[in-house]
Design a protein around this ligand. Structure first.
Ligand code: SF4
Length: 814
């Protein structure tokens, strides 16, 4: 057993392995100071919740308090490893400032009350609005951090019992494009690939995906392949010098908002050189000829003029992709949070379709998620999707769901597409949404264009219910605040990016009167006296396990079929990948191994949209285009971003995250090790831009867009010239003054991708000015990550003695 500073070394020690070999185990753990393994009373099974990787772990409990975590070597996802946020993040849940009692607004101030009073207020307002205006007065905005059982219940209440179309998750900011791109290409959501494809791939392409910071354990797997025999070659597409870029065989840094132009040029080259698997294309796809025509003139030289990437480098990248025998691609926010997000992500799928790189070891696509339970929001239909990956535009699918719920079909609204998050906010702003129930998310920091968001959430006439574990910038504006339990304090399941389902058990009681989100939703349903068609209480389930069993019935026969899973089966061993059925009790490692897709007109989750305009494809049109349910090769023309740099705002502004924090830092900001690693907002500036503006490391600068400004210290980094980066984690709950100049979303724009409706966080124009020279201090940005400084002499990011964690290489199966 060794100890390692996991703040200074986020990915831990290397355990090299070669292609086709099993990834060696390494068990990571961290216990509170003074607690030794033999002091632990019990270990309770769970998985990680501060990212989407789904790393399996056990929670250490002593004297009914959580005192640490250790990885589970037996699990297929992480083989015992944990990342820094997992190792240290649990400490936040024990903060003294957790919400422990419900709050209601009286005479302008939030005051403590009991559950009966708080829920009565919510129920009374819900009933009044249903009587006055009907279901569309109510809207729900949830998260990617609740559990499957909670989303399923919320979907049943919102879409079923109430019948509102206004329900979405903050997954709209995060993974909406992943879902949309999968539906566009394969007819249905669900990752074709598997994390184990890393073990086999000879080329791994990461598109706008800083895996090293967003999924640290997955990146450890890649690093271990790179350290082993016959390593894969990496392609990195990112405008920042991320740790991925540093390891890459080839790094392309296109200008923000130009990804589609780059992808079209890569496809142009693959087709021109005839690196196409024509048999696969012929047997399993439709639309190839459209793609050939669309990219015919889109040469690398054309792309060079748009993206600022040399044509020769684009050709090299095409050669790498075209020469791969086992190609794994991953995609994330660098592609998803742009104006042609779905169109660009779909072209990654197209590379795989034209090259026949699907459904076998090493050949897969991972359209990544950001949040731990984002996949469940989508499966269960607590965002814009219909429960069980059903198709909103297919009346038979809606009727099938109504049967599962024992409700009248007409009660489930399907007159139009579900309302996406930004449109819900618009309805709240204009007054047609009058009750907004926000659970486990903090839109007053995470949504774009914050001046506007704050104003609409505070609007007279909007009744705002917020359910969370801490007071946030959003609870400040609420009429009712409901204290929730979190991970380790409740039981449920959740599913990671590669479809692996884990069970997370209750280890300790929630603080004070805080309640599991599931219990809050069910309590609301009982008080509202929702009934099914037979007059029985609806939803028909009463706790986590009965909700899971009910969900299994809703998922039966759909791509995300959970019918072979049980709580008992998920205990003790590894997580299991859906679909998991009686025929496939061990789950399914890869989808589409037989070249068959969930894309037939009667089966598909969506008929798709025009990738450029977002106009929905009509059912008849879809049936004519794809009668046999093949994969769909959809082409799209590049269009420039709506807000491009100009004389007044000469920089392209991108926002994003850092390895040590999650979302708006409500949890990670309360963890000493994580907070110290990245304590304050910063702005990354390229060396040449900084020189021209007379700005040095640590200088205080102002970044401003047409909507707002942020003041931060400058980190002079290797970012692409012409681009500024500001992390989006920092809001105001722990800010020193009252000025609204800390949150990156003061500057971002109200705009979204036309297909996925994902807001744009990567294409704003901005200007920069020096406010004050550094007073000997450098920027508060980590040195271990994409924000690494170019200058020497900046103190390295370390965790000191508090950052030390156990590492047991080859640790036995647990
Ligand atoms: S930080 Fe971004 S990618 Fe991560 S979960 Fe949040 S929205 Fe998703």
């Amino acid at each position: 057993m060794a100890f390692k500073d996991r703040i200074a070394h986020p990915w831990g020690s290397r355990t090299p392995y070669g292609p086709g070999q099993e990834w060696p185990a390494r068990v990571d753990g961290h216990l509170a100071e003074g607690v030794a393994p033999q002091d632990v009373d019990r270990w309770v099974q769970s998985a990680t919740i501060l990212h989407s990787n789904g790393d399996a772990l056990d929670i250490a409990v002593k004297d009914d308090r959580v005192v640490g975590v250790r990885g589970r070597a037996v699990d297929r996802v992480n083989r015992g490893r944990l990342g820094p946020k997992d190792l240290f993040g649990w400490q936040a849940h024990q903060s003294a400032d957790r919400l422990t009692r419900p709050l209601v607004r009286r005479d302008g101030a939030l005051v403590e009350t009991d559950w009966d009073t708080a829920m009565d207020v919510v129920v009374r307002r819900s009933r009044e609005l249903l009587d006055e205006q009907g279901p569309s007065a109510l809207a729900f905005y949830t998260s990617g951090q609740l559990f499957l059982e909670e989303y399923y219940t919320l979907a049943a209440i919102g879409h079923g019992a109430i019948g509102t179309n206004h329900m979405d998750g903050n997954t709209r900011l995060c993974t909406a494009t992943a879902a949309a791109a999968l539906k566009e290409s394969f007819g249905c959501d669900g990752q074709p690939g598997s994390y184990s494809d890393i073990d086999h791939a000879d080329v791994i392409a990461l598109y706008g995906h800083n895996m090293a910071e967003t999924q640290t354990v997955l990146w450890s797997r890649v690093l271990d392949r790179l350290a082993g025999s016959d390593p894969p070659r990496l392609l990195c597409v990112d405008c920042r010098p991320t740790p991925v870029a540093r390891e890459a065989t080839l790094h392309l840094a296109p200008l923000p908002g130009t990804n589609l132009a780059l992808m079209n040029a890569l496809l142009h080259e693959i087709i021109r050189r005839d690196l196409v698997d024509h048999d696969y294309v012929q047997a399993h796809t439709v639309g190839y000829q459209d793609l050939v025509e669309r990219v015919a003139d889109h040469t690398p030289e054309v792309a060079e003029r748009i993206c600022g990437v040399p044509a020769g480098r684009i050709r090299e990248a095409a050669e790498l992709l075209g020469g791969a025998r086992r190609l794994l691609s991953t995609v994330l926010q660098g592609f998803y949070q742009s104006h042609q997000a779905t169109a660009a992500a779909v072209q990654v799928n197209n590379v795989h379709l034209v090259r026949g790189m699907l459904g076998r070891p090493g050949a897969g696509v991972l359209q990544m998620n950001g949040q731990p339970t984002a996949q469940n929001t989508r499966e269960c239909g607590a965002d814009g999707d219909l429960t069980g990956f059903r198709n909103w535009s297919n009346d038979e699918h809606v009727a099938e769901l109504a049967k599962v719920w024992n409700l009248d079909t007409l009660q489930i609204p399907h007159y139009g597409p579900p309302t996406h998050a930004m449109q819900i906010m618009r309805y709240a702003e204009t007054g047609s949404v009058r009750l907004l129930w926000v659970s486990a998310t903090n839109p007053a920091v995470s949504l774009p264009d914050l001046h506007r968001i704050r104003a609409l959430l505070a609007r007279q006439g909007l009744f705002l219910v917020v359910q969370d574990i801490f007071a946030t910038e959003t609870t400040e504006l609420a009429d009712v605040v409901l204290p929730a339990a979190t991970w380790g304090e409740k039981t449920g399941t959740f599913t990671n990016t590669d479809r692996t389902v884990h069970l997370s058990e209750r280890a300790v009681d929630p603080p004070g009167e805080a309640r599991a989100d599931l219990d809050i939703f069910l309590d609301y349903a009982r008080r509202m006296d929702f009934r099914d068609r037979d007059g029985a209480p609806f939803p028909q389930w009463h706790d986590a396990e009965s909700a899971f069993e009910a969900w299994k019935r809703a998922s039966a026969g759909r791509p995300c079929d959970y019918t072979g899973l049980t709580y008992a089966g998920l205990r003790g061993g590894s997580g299991v990948q859906w679909p998991c059925t009686a025929e496939r009790p061990g789950g399914t490692e890869r989808l589409y191994t037989d070249g068959r897709f969930w894309a037939a007109p009667q089966e598909c989750e969506s008929y798709g949209r025009d990738l450029v305009t977002g106009a929905p494809v009509e059912p008849v049109e879809y049936a004519a285009m794809n009668p046999f349910g093949r994969a769909i090769i959809r082409a799209a023309e590049y269009l420039p971003p709506h807000e491009e740099p100009d004389g007044q705002y000469p920089f392209a502004l991108v926002t994003g995250r850092t390895l040590y924090h999650f979302h708006t830092r409500t949890k990670t900001g309360r963890v000493p090790q994580l907070s110290r690693a990245a304590p304050e907002v910063w702005v990354e500036i390229a060396e040449s831009d900084a020189r021209e503006a007379g700005i040095g490391e640590g200088d205080l600068v102002e970044v401003a867009s047409p909507r707002g400004a942020v003041r931060a210290r400058a980190r002079i980094s290797g970012i692409r010239p012409g681009v500024l980066f500001v992390p989006f984690h920092y809001g105001y709950w722990d800010a020193r003054g009252q000025d609204r100049d800390r949150a990156a979303n003061e500057m971002t724009v109200t705009d979204w991708d036309p297909v996925s409706k994902q807001p744009l966080f990567k294409t704003s124009a901005a200007r920069l000015r020096l406010l004050r020279p550094a007073d000997g201090r450098s920027a508060p940005a980590p040195t271990t990550t994409a924000s690494r400084p170019v200058a020497d002499g900046v103190p390295a990011t370390t965790g000191g003695p508090e950052g030390l964690c156990q590492e047991d290489v080859g640790g036995g199966a647990r």
